[in-house]
Design a protein around this ligand. Structure first.
Ligand code: SAM
Length: 215
């Protein structure tokens, strides 16, 4: 659970990283997202401005009530605001956890996960659910921070600081090899960029981003 204050401050705390990296990375990951779209852990709605084209159907899931409150406020403020991005007229908001999605098999063309697979309790169960609800040819768009893939000293630092970081951040995990999990759960990368934030704690800097086809 994010907590009232954490949810309230989330956008402000992310502002520097958004303007330096994430806004652009979100836009690139979402540039081809079309049709019926499911976004898990939508948080405060940071992706709303970043869709390249208005989805036909957009479902935003956010299980945390404090984050969902911020999301609903943003959606209410965005309606009628021309600068709010490419959005359908009606957006569905749900409360489901990614590990247990209340949708039939083959329901969506795209699923979106940005900075969520570090937080879910069981990333493999979540990815299998995302795979299940995707139609044949469906894809995952993702931006996630991960276990350091090249800097061994930082990987050791991530392992050392994980217990403290987890306590401070509603159980966010910096030691997940999410790229590997994506592949192991039946996705094939269409694009995969390995990047690094140039600000913030070193343990959250390594990032993967791109698109993966459900095979
Ligand atoms: C770091 S925030 C990212 C929010 C947003 N996706 C973004 O890009 O800014 C992580 C979000 O994942 C949500 N979350 C945590 N566990 C989850 C789960 N098991 N299923 C779905 N969402 C979850 C949290 O409530 C939180 O809103």
């Amino acid at each position: 659970m994010m907590g009232w204050l954490g949810a309230k401050l989330y956008d402000r705390l992310m502002r520097g990283a958004e303007s330096k990296h994430f806004s652009q990375w979100r836009r690139e990951a979402l540039s081809e997202v079309r049709g019926d779209v499911l976004e898990i852990g939508a948080g405060t709605g940071a992706n709303l401005r970043c869709y390249g084209e208005a989805p036909t159907r957009l479902v935003l899931l956010e299980p945390d009530k404090n984050m969902r409150k911020q999301l609903l406020a943003k959606l209410a403020g965005a309606s009628g605001n021309a600068s709010s991005g490419n959005m359908p007229d009606h957006i569905e908001v749900g409360t489901a956890y990614a590990e247990n999605l209340p949708y039939e098999d083959d329901s969506f063309d795209w699923v979106v996960s940005t900075l969520v697979l570090c937080s879910v309790r069981d990333p493999e169960a979540a990815l299998k659910e995302l795979h299940r609800v995707l139609r044949p040819g469906g894809k995952l768009a993702f931006v996630e921070h991960v276990l350091d893939y090249e800097d061994h000293a930082n990987r050791r630092r991530q392992r050392r600081w994980q217990p403290v970081w987890g306590m401070l951040t509603a159980h966010c995990q910096v030691i997940r090899d999410t790229g590997r999990s994506i592949e192991e759960c039946g996705f094939q990368f269409e694009t995969l960029e390995r990047d690094r934030l140039r600000l913030g704690p070193k343990i959250v800097r390594p990032v993967i981003r791109g698109r993966a086809l459900a095979v």
